[in-house]
Design a protein around this ligand. Structure first.
Ligand SMILES: [Zn+2]
Length: 137
């Protein structure tokens, strides 16, 4: 299990997280899947509609529908979800784990606490398993 992130998208995701600080940024990761590995090729930033966006994130159903439209145009699939942790380490919160995800999807967290750290997980039955992140230069 691995998530491969091209250098340019890695930098863009950091900008995304910094731009929304002190609130969490969030969105869909798009790309392709090879075996158990996910390759990031694009992403869709989503408005964070949670009532406490400093520590949580949520997608609006209408925004989700719009995202699915973009997806069709780009001919890519959703390979995961990303969000930032402005003031906490890149570890899924209890609420993060309550989200329902497919185990094939990467759950990427960008932490801005103590510098920038990325961590990605596969979530299955509300349990998170860390996966390897490879940055492609
Ligand atoms: Zn979180």
């Amino acid at each position: 299990m691995q998530l491969t992130i091209p250098q340019c998208l890695y930098s863009q995701l950091i900008q995304e997280a910094k731009h929304h600080f002190p609130q969490e940024c969030c969105g869909y990761l798009l790309g392709s899947t090879q075996g158990q590995n996910n390759l990031l090729q694009s992403y869709i930033p989503m408005p964070n509609t949670h009532k406490t966006p400093q520590t949580h994130f949520a997608f609006d159903p209408l925004d989700q529908l719009q995202a699915f439209g973009i997806l069709k145009q780009k001919r890519l699939q959703i390979i995961g979800v990303f969000h930032s942790h402005p003031n906490s380490p890149p570890i899924p919160s209890q609420e993060d784990l309550r989200f329902s995800f497919f185990v094939t999807q990467s759950f990427l967290i960008i932490s801005l606490k103590n510098g920038i750290t990325f961590a990605s997980y596969r979530i299955n039955a509300h349990k998170a398993k860390k996966e390897k992140i490879e940055i492609l230069s």
